[in-house]
Design a binder for this molecule. Structure first.
Ligand SMILES: Nc1ncnc2c1ncn2[C@@H]1O[C@H](COP(=O)(O)OP(=O)(O)OP(=O)(O)O)[C@@H](O)[C@H]1O
Length: 254
């Protein structure tokens, strides 16, 4: 696997000048399956949001040739409002938005695809249920069905298996494997190192700065994990401006 679909060039992101991600360099290879790991507050969600263009870099850049609609993005569960009165089926159909447009009608083919996506995630028969009346695991399945319908080139998942039981996690990991098999590029923020080691060939270990990026076993070596922990212990939440850090260059995903 060679080349890059996304390039991070000296990427620095800050909230009100408080730095959250510092001077990250590296590339995501097309078709790669990458985990982003690191302690709480390491900047993992910030990095995903910057890649999809929701946040703007304070310094450096994210370079790619993709349209926004070619990114599929699953935010952390806590960021999604489930009180909105919308059915499971209509939520899945939102995945077809890039084809139908904001006010266009959804094609018959997309309605059929939505039904198939619900079958794939094991939620056949849930079409009319309101999303507020689903368990956390069922709702996560709905969001995966929406991603299936979206048919994105690059899929970013922010803690997709947090608070999800083992069986649902297994089913959703299988879908991630299918996306990888289809040649899509998948990037997921994960906290469970066993999951990362078992299913994600590449890992980016972040502690505001890049600690390591490459084949998972190397990236998550005991020395790198210790380093990430030590960096997290040194964080100054009140730092006003981005302090110059050693520039670290990541290796391209293999
Ligand atoms: N909207 C925001 N406004 C101000 N600061 C923020 C905002 N979002 C995140 N931060 C801060 O940026 C830093 C990185 O947060 P981020 O959510 O990216 O970390 P994370 O690695 O995803 O953490 P976790 O594992 O806890 O989800 C933290 O110090 C956080 O408090």
């Amino acid at each position: 696997m060679t080349g890059s679909i996304i390039r991070l060039d000296n990427l620095t992101v800050a909230y009100d000048r408080h730095p959250a991600v510092h001077h990250v360099n590296g590339v995501i290879a097309p078709g790669s399956l990458t985990a982003i790991a690191g302690p709480n507050g390491a900047g993992k969600s910030t990095l995903l949001k910057t890649i999809i263009g929701e946040l703007r870099p304070a310094e450096g850049s994210v370079q790619h040739q993709l349209k926004r609609t070619e990114f599929g993005y699953l935010p952390q569960a806590a960021e999604i409002n489930r009180r909105f009165p919308i059915s499971v089926f209509d939520t899945v159909l939102l995945g077809a938005w890039s084809r139908s447009g904001a006010f266009g009608s959804v094609s018959k083919a997309d309605r059929e695809r939505a039904r198939e996506a619900l079958q794939t995630v094991g939620l056949e028969g849930f079409e009319k249920r309101s999303i507020g009346a689903l368990s956390a695991g069922q709702f996560q399945r709905v969001l995966f069905a929406r991603l299936l319908l979206q048919d994105a080139k690059v899929i970013l998942l922010d803690e997709p298996f947090t608070a999800i039981d083992a069986r649902t996690t297994r089913d959703l990991i299988d879908i991630v494997g299918t996306w990888h098999g289809d040649g899509r590029t998948v990037i997921a923020v994960l906290h469970d190192f066993d999951q990362v080691r078992s299913h994600f060939p590449q890992t980016l270990l972040l502690a505001r700065e890049l600690v390591s990026w490459g084949p998972t076993e190397e990236a998550l070596s005991p020395a790198n994990l210790l380093k990430a922990r030590a960096m997290a212990e040194r964080w100054d939440e009140d730092a006003e401006t981005c302090q110059p850090a050693d520039r670290k260059t990541a290796r391209p995903a293999a």
